[in-house]
Design a protein around this ligand. Structure first.
Ligand SMILES: [Zn+2]
Length: 472
């Protein structure tokens, strides 16, 4: 035999061994129940490891509050007897009973394999009757398709599918905005198999004002619809015997905090009065422990009691003052400057910011026509006459803007510079004044509310100005 014939002979023999194995695996993948899912979960686990490592090692992730969530180790901890929390970017909670068990929130798709593992290790014979999903955001509902099996009830708000639909339809738009604010995120949204966002179909829908109550294995469960927080589709789980409230994202990542009724990433405006009413429901429940789906449970009763009242009153205060100002004919900017929380209602604004809430409440009621400029009604933006103004002003704009920076009026400096950069985006003197004005606002933001979204945005704009300056 020639060398070549010998090679082909060996190759055919090898294929003869491998092919039946591949065929068996393919048949098993498609026909043995649960096998396909096991393979997919193992694949997602590997993808998750690679993705999370990539994010954690991205230099942009350093110092970002959002990136810190990625470094939270995934482990199961018993937060109350028989109740387990699998930690992660989004926590998953398992409430065990002497009958079947209940899962509240399913975390991020790429972290499900590990969360499943730690819960299965912590609890022998884990068997679910219900999966309750607090809302449609991917860090709370992402793992649902992995846990889902025939016969398990999927519980979500009646608005869940509508919220999931618009988040999915606008996914490229949200992804672009999120990547701008969180530059360490992957370039594309996950779009393969079980990790693709969306596609969760509830089997039981919860309506506002109609809690779903059930009991099993000695444990009473109540699912309440509490809209207005992270969207119209918020539900919470209440365990009346233990007075534990699983709040999903109702309160956001901090407790207590001023609520985030406006999101910079561009979701729908959240209804402020609905939020206050939902808070009243929680206050009436009188929880001893609040378990959010991010970070640690809150167990200090005094902190819970005073926090709930403060959030309710602060939100109502900002709402009522905005409405009062609208009726008095004030502009939205006037109200953004004027309305501040009184000292007894002071709350951190690291997540939700009062002046942005004022603007959101104004636009929630009045939408986009501010009833002063006729041009607002038409599709010709002010930027179309920027060139006329800047030509007329000649080279004076950067110097004038610089004076505003020196006078500690960086917003006015930005107004001027925006006109020039609109048609001359690489103008060096304009870019350097712009950067100074942005830095001034950043320092002010860090020294006052320390609002994380404001800081992400300003840093992005500073990076952008710097990279244009570097390219000169
Ligand atoms: Zn969340």
């Amino acid at each position: 035999m020639t060398k070549l014939t010998d090679f082909y002979f060996k190759l055919i023999k090898l294929i003869g061994y491998i092919l039946p194995i591949l065929l068996v695996l393919l048949l098993a993948y498609n026909h043995i129940p649960g096998f396909k899912k096991k393979v997919q979960i193992a694949a997602v686990d590997k993808m998750g490891d690679v993705g999370m490592k990539r994010i954690a090692s991205n230099p942009e992730a350093k110092g970002s509050v959002a990136a810190e969530f990625i470094n939270i180790p995934i482990e199961a901890r018993e937060i109350s007897e028989g109740i387990w929390q699998a930690t992660g970017v989004g926590n998953a909670h398992l409430i065990t009973t002497s009958g079947k068990d209940v899962l509240f929130d399913t975390g991020l798709a790429t972290q499900v394999p590990k969360q499943m593992n730690v819960l299965n290790e912590a609890v022998s014979n884990l068997e679910l009757s219900h999966i309750i999903v607090s809302h449609s955001h991917a860090d709370h509902s992402g793992g649902t398709k992995f846990w889902q099996e025939e016969g398990i009830e999927i519980v979500a708000h009646a608005e869940f599918e509508e919220e999931q639909r618009y988040l999915k339809e606008l996914e490229p738009y949200f992804w672009h905005r999120n990547r701008t604010l969180f530059p360490f995120m992957p370039e594309e949204p996950p779009n393969i198999g079980l990790i693709a966002t969306g596609g969760v179909i509830p089997t039981r829908r919860i309506y506002n004002g109609q809690p779903y109550k059930f009991s099993q294995g000695g444990v009473d469960f109540e699912v309440h619809a509490l809209p207005g927080a992270e969207g119209a589709d918020n539900i919470v789980l209440w365990l009346p015997q233990k007075k534990i409230l699983f709040s999903g994202d109702f309160f956001g990542p901090l407790f207590p905090q001023f609520p985030n009724i406006f999101t910079m990433r561009g979701e729908k405006i959240r209804k402020p009065v609905e939020y206050v009413n939902s808070l009243k429901t929680i206050i009436a429940l009188d929880p001893d422990m609040i378990v959010p789906s991010h970070k640690d449970p809150i167990t200090d009763k005094a902190v819970i009691e005073s926090g709930l009242l403060k959030i309710r009153d602060a939100t109502k205060y900002v709402h009522d003052k905005t409405v009062e100002g609208m009726n008095a004919g004030k502009t939205v900017e006037q109200l953004m400057r004027e309305i501040e929380l009184p000292a007894n209602l002071a709350l951190t604004q690291e997540h939700g910011k009062v002046s942005w809430a004022v603007k959101s409440i104004w636009e929630y009621y009045a939408t986009w026509f501010h009833f002063d400029k006729t041009t607002e009604l038409y599709a010709v933006p002010q930027s179309e006459i920027y060139k006329d103004i800047t030509t007329w002003m000649g080279d004076e704009i950067p110097a004038l803007a610089d004076q505003y920076v020196k006078a500690n009026a960086p917003e006015k400096a930005l107004h001027l510079i925006q006109m020039l950069l609109h048609h001359d985006p690489n103008n060096i003197s304009a870019l350097s004044v712009q950067k100074q004005a942005l830095q001034q606002i950043l320092e002010r933001a860090e020294a006052t509310t320390n609002n994380s979204y404001e800081i992400y945005w300003l840093k992005y704009r500073i990076r952008d100005a710097q990279s244009k300056l570097d390219a000169q």
